[in-house]
Structures are given as C-alpha cells and as structure tokens.
Design a protein around this ligand. Structure first.
Ligand code: GCB
Length: 626
C-alpha cells in the first residue's frame, strides 16, 4: 500500500470533526486536543475491557472504496445492523464482514499475540462489542481510550464519533447524544501502520504492538465538569492551581480546591472562558515528595455537581549550573531505561498494575535506583502513577525517534499533539521531572526548527519541569583515544544534556580504552548518559574469551562505562539501556537474539544477568554518598 490510511488522513482532515480537525497549523500555539479529562482514570466509569470481536481489513476496505471515496454499504464495518438477518431477508443484500460473528479477543492487548497468523500483521484491524447504558441518563458521557496504536476511528451505534492519531496517549470523545439506553454498539478501527509521515516513523528498534493497548472506558460527568486541573508547586515554592471547566455553565462558576490532610481550602470563580488560576503559600505542614519519601496527597476540586480528584505529590525540580536540584538539593539520577513491555515470553503491551510493579520494583529495590527513563514514547498512566507511589523520578518522552519527516507540517502537528496530550495527562505527577522531545535525531536545519517548536510547546504547557532530548555526538576519528563532542545547536534550548553512548559495543573500542574517553560537553549544564548498553543472552557464559553476547562481556562493559562516566565532571545521572530484554524484529542473530534486543539487565522472564549486580552495587554506593 503506497499510502497508508494515516497518509490519507492528512487529505481528509477538513472532512471530519474529531480532535485532529482542530489541529490546523497555528504557529505559536500548540495544537489543541479534544476533551482533556485530566485524571480520567480516577473518575467513575464503565470499563469496556474484556471480550471484543475482531476482524482484519488489510486493504482498508472499511475506510475507502477501491476507487477512493466512501466504502460500499457492504464494507462499512460500523453498520448497526444484524448482518445475518439482513442477508437472509433480502437476497440483494451483501455484506463482506460480520463483526458480531467474528472471533473474540480480550482487550486491552495488542493483536500480535492473539493468534499466530497475526504475529506480523501490520495494518487496519476492526474491533466491536456491545455494552449496556442506563435508560435514565443525565449529564455527559465520554468514551475514553488510554491508548490505541496507531490511528483510530471510532463509531457508536453506526455513527462516527471521532478519530485520533498517535499510539501512546489518551483521547476521549463526547458521546452524550449518540449513547442510547440499553444496548449500544461500539466499533473501532485501529491502523498500526507507520508511514514516512508518522511519529514514530516506520524504522525503529522495538515491536510495533498494534491494537487497543490500554483500557477503554465510558465515563460520565455532570453537564459542566472539571476537564483539566493542574495543582503543583511553582519553582519559588508556592502552591498553584489551574482549573478549566467545560460545559454550559463553565463561566463565572464557583470552584473549590481542597487538600484535607493539609487543611488547605481555597475558593475561587472561573472567568468567562471557564478558567480559574490561583497561587497561594504552600501549607507549612507540606511534606515534599522525593524518592526517599514519596508522599502523595488527596486533592479535590469541587465545582457544582462535579468533584474532581487526584493523588498528587509536591516537589520542585530545577537546574542550577551543572546541578539538578530536587526540592533545592542536588540529586544524582540513578536510573535505567525501559520499554513498555511486560515480563514474559509473549508480551502484548498490557500494563496491569502488577506487570508495572514487577518492573519498577526491580529498579527501586533491585538496582537501588531513583530514576527511570520511560522510552521511547509515553507509557501507561498505570506506570507513571506507580512511579509516583514508589518514588521514582521519571523521564517522559515522545516518539520523535531517529528520522521523522522534519519538513512535513502534518508530522510536526502530530508530534505537537502527542507532546501536549502527554503533558496534559501527566503534569500532576510529581515523579515526572523531565520532558524529552526526541531521541538520536541527526542535526539538520529542518530538524532544529521542528525540535525547537516542541521545546517551546513544553515551556508553554509546563514551566515547572526540565526539558531534554537524547542527542548525538560527533566523534573525532583522528584522535588516539575516544573524543566525543556535543556540537548540537539544540543544546542551548535544553536544560539537561543527554547522550546515548555505545562505545565498546557498536564501536571498535576495547573496553580498556573507555577510561581515556574525553567528552566535550557544555560545562554549565548537567549531563545524563541517557543510554549505554551491551547485549547478553541470559545464561550464556564465556569467562575465558568474554565474547559479545556473553554475560561476562556485558558485565565488563558496565564496569568500564561506569568507570568512564565517573570521570566526566558534569554527569548528574544515567539511564543505561535497558532494564529488560525487549522484542525487536530487527534483532535476528539466531544464537543470541531470536527477535529480541538483549541489552536487558534482566531477561524477558526476569532472570538477572551479571551486569545487573554491577549496576546495583554502583547505585548502592552512590545512594549512600549523597
Ligand atoms: C539506541 C536507541 C535505542 C536502541 C538502542 C540499541 O541508541 O535509542 O532505541 O534500542 O540504541 O540497542 O541499539
């Protein structure tokens, strides 16, 4: 297929009213999304997880006819009809699908693991189920998706409710008018195929888990409700609140913020646009959130009949010179990177609280870590909430990875929307300290403009956190020792310098050479080694030769790289690559990889490799040095 559905999307933007419709390029302002429904996971609702019917549509016949334009009635997957009955009744009727009688799968999960023939399916999949709604309804109803990878179109009872693009951020549609008492039919098309214009692009180093990978919920609110709220400490230690009401009575409406445990009770009134902003002294009794004491408070915002709630920690995060300050004190980030992939031989990217806890506990308790890089896209809200609870500082990132279409304005809009959706979802999370806008992107003018736009968006949406990106360095090939220079013009726009280094794995360097490495980086900004790593197959030992893929090589690589990092004056943290072996179709060494990137410190089933203990010992020492 020359042009995937996502490619076609750009051309039909004007025709539909989903959230992307509002995203025409508006220089200076981040694209606006649909309803934010901040902290939606804590609102009452009906969970639509469980059995759904599914059916592939490799030629996207349900999106457009083969001549272009609307598909024929017999291809319209969203039809709210009893197909068997309609065909039995009238011999002229033809349907070439029948979702209600197609196989069942259990959502959320990727289709890749649902059936052997779907292992490599990359394209459009249709899902359908029915659910009951009360006969007597009041207020508003939203269908809220935690995430679906990658482009999604949603129908309720035969009518389109909206579209969304982006595989890792939440989206919601107001379905109040389409919802009916009793049985409702929901049909969802999800297209996983990446194109040159998508974010991420087609070439990556991870599995493209197509499907509905996070919960779908029907959420009800009063007619006027708290759509967005942000409660935080500002850099100068004050408590600040922003509230946005949505609905017919959003303007000039009474709002009340309460944190009962702190005795905080503050009333206000929204302006003509439904917004309320207030700043107040932080309560004296406030215990600031930190990895050592991840204190969270129950926060409520009441307005009319609506009661918004969240559990929020309060802390400040700043840069001073080359230091990162948490609550005013320098901190060293003892971290590791991870993909969103649960433990087990056949992961499907369904992050239950237990799956997430199994991974984060390895970081917190096993490695003595205080930091996690959630690579290379926004992870589940389950994981970020757990980081809040366990006390892990989070690096959060959007999938602007390697080479995206820097000069394509649609691609830029996609990235801006994802970034905004990610920030709006997570800016109440104390754990999130760093927003990253890109990973390993070769420097060009077009790329610099693209990424500077993203940095500007972050600063506008959240002025309380630090901004970074994993950058590429230039290596001086003429030197007799490893000399790397950070010459990226984006550096001055960022708070934290972040470098991925694989000297000693992808390069010809001997591990013994790493100690003589020279890093030419800005002296007045903190540096994080955002990646370094080496593959090892768990259980493969080669103590004599220490060949690549042996646990001994990986352990030695860690010793040499940690030793090297200690000599770089501005290093303030690291997130080596990676906690767990992860699926990556590009990795096909039959002896060692078998479709997995083996740079994990634990195997896919959780066996610790030797290098795990090397990093754990290093962080253990760092933790007491503070
Ligand atoms: C990188 C990428 C990461 C890869 C890793 C590797 O630099 O950022 O996504 O998986 O290297 O293993 O090569």
């Amino acid at each position: 297929m020359a042009r995937g559905w996502t490619g076609i999307l750009a051309g039909v933007l004007a025709l539909y009213s989903g959230p992307l419709a509002a995203q025409a390029v508006t220089p200076g302002a981040p694209p606006s999304a649909g309803p934010v429904l901040a902290s939606a996971d804590l609102r009452d609702g009906t969970d639509l997880s469980g059995p759904w019917h599914y059916s592939i549509d490799p030629f996207r016949s349900g999106i457009a006819g083969f001549h272009g334009g609307m598909p024929d009635a017999g291809q319209q997957r969203w039809r709210d009809v009893d197909i068997r009955a309609a065909m039995a009744k009238d011999s002229r009727v033809l349907y070439e699908f029948d979702l209600a009688h197609s196989p069942l799968t259990s959502l959320p999960s990727s289709w890749l693991t649902q059936a052997p023939e779907l292992r490599h399916y990359d394209g459009l999949m249709w899902y359908q189920r029915t659910f009951a709604a009360p006969e007597l309804r009041k207020g508003r109803y939203f269908l809220r998706f935690g995430a679906a990878n990658y482009a999604t179109i949603v129908y309720l009872n035969g009518k389109q409710v909206g579209r969304h693009e982006g595989g890792f951020t939440p989206f919601a549609f107001d379905v109040t008018r389409l919802l009916r008492g009793g049985q409702n039919q929901i049909t969802v098309g999800v297209d996983s195929q990446a194109t040159e214009a998508t974010v991420p692009p087609p070439v990556t180093d991870w599995e493209n888990y197509g499907g509905i990978t996070r919960p779908v919920r029907l959420i009800s609110t009063p007619d006027t409700y708290v759509d967005d709220a942000w409660v935080r400490l500002t850099r100068d230690g004050k408590m600040a609140v922003d509230v946005h009401l949505d609905g017919p009575e959003a303007a000039n409406r009474a709002v009340r913020l309460r944190i009962a445990e702190l005795g905080l009770d503050r009333a206000g009134t929204t302006d003509a646009n439904g917004n309320w902003r207030a700043t107040m002294a932080a309560p004296r009794a406030l215990i600031r959130w930190s990895p050592d004491r991840p204190k969270l408070y129950e926060v409520t915002i009441a307005s009319g009949e609506d009661q918004w709630r969240d559990r929020i920690g309060f802390r400040t995060i700043e840069r001073r010179g080359a230091d990162i300050l948490l609550n005013g004190k320098p901190i060293f980030l003892r971290g590791i990177s991870m993909h969103e992939e649960e433990l087990g031989v056949d992961p499907t990217r369904a992050m239950t609280p237990a799956a997430s806890r199994a991974l984060l506990s390895e970081i917190k308790d096993g490695l003595h870590g205080n930091f996690v890089r959630l690579a290379h896209y926004p992870h589940s809200d389950v994981t970020v909430r757990l980081a809040d609870e366990l006390g892990l500082i989070v690096w959060s990132e959007v999938p602007v990875y390697w080479r995206v279409a820097w000069s394509n304005p649609d691609t830029l809009n996609r990235a801006r929307t994802m970034l905004a959706e990610n920030i709006l979802r997570d800016r109440n999370r104390a754990s999130v300290a760093i927003w990253s806008v890109a990973n390993e992107t070769p420097v060009t003018d077009a790329r610099n403009i693209f990424l500077r736009t993203l940095v500007g968006d972050v600063r506008r949406l959240d002025d309380t956190r630090l901004v970074s990106a994993a950058l590429l360095v230039e290596r001086d090939e003429s030197a007799d020792h490893p000399v790397m220079t950070l010459a990226d013009p984006l550096a001055d726009a960022l708070d934290i310098m972040a470098i991925n280094t694989y000297n000693g794995w992808y390069s010809q360097d001997r591990l013994a050479d790493l100690a003589r490495s020279e890093w030419r980086v800005p002296a007045d900004k903190p540096l994080i080694f955002s990646e370094f790593g080496a593959d090892a197959r768990a259980g493969f030992h080669d103590p004599a030769n220490k060949q690549k893929f042996s646990e001994e090589y990986q352990a030695d690589y860690y010793r040499a790289t940690l030793n090297m990092a200690d000599s770089v004056p501005t290093v303030r943290g690291m997130s080596p690559w990676i906690l767990k072996d992860f699926r990556s179709p590009r990795r096909q060494n039959p002896d060692f990889q078998q479709g997995w990137n083996r740079k994990g410190l634990i195997s896919e089933t959780g066996e610790r490799k030797e290098a795990f203990d090397v990093l754990s010992a290093y962080y253990g020492t760092k933790a007491v040095q503070r």
